[in-house]
Design a protein around this ligand. Structure first.
Ligand SMILES: Cc1cc2nc3c(=O)[nH]c(=O)nc-3n(C[C@H](O)[C@H](O)[C@H](O)COP(=O)(O)OP(=O)(O)OC[C@H]3O[C@@H](n4cnc5c(N)ncnc54)[C@H](O)[C@@H]3O)c2cc1C
Length: 397
């Protein structure tokens, strides 16, 4: 990491020591191989982090945050991702929690925030619909007010980990007569509500990460509305900005690059290690420059963010960050699949143990991750949408 002060270096070492002592080794090896944690493994580790004060350091002090500054939070995430260890569940701590902390009533904060912070409840995001993704304001899921309840009908799709979730936050249309952005509300729905069903969608590599959720006359009490009725778009914009920022993953890109270098150093092709092949070496060097540039962009934006007040408009350069994170992480998994060569045609979704050298099993995982990472240029705002934001707001086109 660039330019750390002596105090920050001490903090980095503290985090590293903590992770080494506490994070399960077998899980770390599985993550390094491109595998996934179980629900319970994510919950257990999240709670370890929360116990240390590191799950929600960016939340208001009253709700368990405020104990790390912006740069320390960055260092924390980089060390965790580089190890590799898990970070706190982003859906809870970066997306849902901050919205409730910002727009929720006192009663909602007391009810939900401690449980969000400790991952007592796992949350899912119900924004996208089969015909509303980039153009989210066109969403058609309807919530009608009947007495003291909302009755929800519609479909949400691409819902990450809905199969694990206890709650889902939903954007629903509460006023179909108003302009699209002015008739939407932000609602909190328990996953076990009658009429709500979850159907798995398989991703390109065969993994089960996303789902389609159907709402058939799902009833929730009126007190589950966050913010004002028909003003849910404000919550959505606030959340989407945080989502863009939380996709940075500098440490994850560094970890993949380190992995690429290890494999390239051990894998012999044409009588010499692949890393010594000038053609491939040039690609690794370019990748190294790209990951460093990504880190620099992130640090610059964090600095800028620190100087912004809560009333300032969001920094459009967060779109640049999302683009840079996407390109860097996709490119490094591309190179890993390239190292795997013809063996990459065999796809595998799990691996017993990760090793430094190339194995057919590892090659299959490299392919799976390469395919899975196509998602990075789609979720959290597609690459085309980010480029349009930059063209308009930064280049003035
Ligand atoms: C793995 C994964 C996980 C996801 N998890 C969630 C989740 O948990 N919750 C949730 O609500 N959503 C989730 N999403 C959905 C995601 O937010 C949407 O897929 C995304 O917003 C794009 O919407 P869409 O798929 O409808 O594509 P579309 O919006 O239909 O876009 C199709 C293509 O057209 C391009 N395009 C669209 N509009 C424009 C434009 N104005 N200018 C230029 N090009 C344009 C897009 O860039 C894209 O290439 C997830 C998606 C994926 C892939």
């Amino acid at each position: 990491m660039f330019g750390l002060s002596a105090e920050e270096l001490r903090f980095r070492d503290e985090v590293h020591g903590f992770v080494e002592a506490e994070f399960p080794r077998d899980l770390s090896r599985r993550l390094a191989a491109g595998g996934n944690p179980t629900r319970q493994e994510q919950v257990d580790w999240h709670r370890v982090l929360h116990g240390k004060g590191w799950a929600v350091p960016h939340w208001p002090r009253e709700w368990g945050g405020g104990n790390l500054d912006q740069r320390e939070r960055f260092i924390l995430s980089v060390v965790l991702e580089e190890y590799p260890a898990l970070t706190a569940l982003s859906m809870n701590v970066n997306l849902c929690g901050p919205v409730i902390a910002q727009f929720g009533t006192r009663a909602q904060k007391e009810k939900f925030l401690p449980r969000l912070a400790n991952l007592d409840d796992w949350w899912a995001q119900g924004f996208s619909e089969p015909e509303s993704g980039s153009d989210l304001a066109s969403l058609r899921t309807r919530a009608e007010i009947k007495g003291d309840r909302f009755v929800i009908n519609g479909t949400k799709t691409w819902t990450t980990h809905a199969q694990h979730a206890d709650w889902i936050f939903v954007l629903a249309r509460t006023n179909p007569e108003a302009k699209p952005q002015l008739g939407i509300s932000f609602l909190l729905v328990p996953m076990d509500a009658p009429g709500l069903s979850v159907h798995p969608i398989k991703l390109i590599e065969g993994g089960h990460e996303v789902n389609q959720c159907f709402f058939a006359s799902v009833e929730i009490p009126r007190e589950n509305l966050v913010g004002e009725i028909n003003r849910g778009w404000e919550c959505a914009k606030f959340l989407l900005m945080n989502e863009r920022f939380s996709s940075v993953r500098v440490g994850a890109a560094n970890e993949r690059l380190r992995r690429l270098k290890q494999i390239a150093a051990n894998e012999v092709k044409g009588g010499r290690p692949l890393a010594e092949d000038p053609f491939f070496g040039r690609k690794i060097a370019a990748m190294e420059a790209q990951t460093k540039a990504h880190e620099l962009i992130t640090l610059r934006l964090l600095e800028d963010d620190e100087q912004r007040g809560p009333e300032d408009p969001p920094n459009p350069l967060s779109s640049l960050l999302k683009l840079s994170a996407t390109e860097t992480r996709q490119e490094v998994t591309h190179l890993l699949a390239e190292v795997a060569g013809p063996a990459a045609s065999r796809l595998s979704l799990s691996i017993e143990e990760d090793r430094d050298e190339f194995t057919p099993e590892w090659a299959g995982m490299a392919t799976a991750q390469y395919l899975n990472y196509r998602k990075l240029s789609i979720f959290g705002g597609t690459t085309e949408i980010q480029k349009t934001i930059l063209a308009k707001s930064v280049l003035g086109l």
